[in-house]
Design a protein. Structure first.
Length: 56
């Protein structure tokens, strides 16, 4: 990999930096999405439980 970067010159390093940044950004966004989805599921379960208790 390092040999390829050296053969590409400074553009290889720029492309590698952008790629690493893009992967980090996507990983961060996916993590936020999964946490938000879990929170929505938890809230929905609690609301359903509360409705069930009130209907009894």
């Amino acid at each position: 990999m390092l040999e390829w970067l050296e053969s590409q010159g400074h553009w290889g390093f720029i492309m590698a930096a952008y790629s690493i940044g893009a992967v980090a950004l996507v990983a961060d966004l996916i993590g936020q999405h999964l946490r938000q989805r879990e929170l929505r599921r938890l809230v929905a379960e609690r609301l359903a439980r509360r409705r069930l208790q009130r209907s009894r």
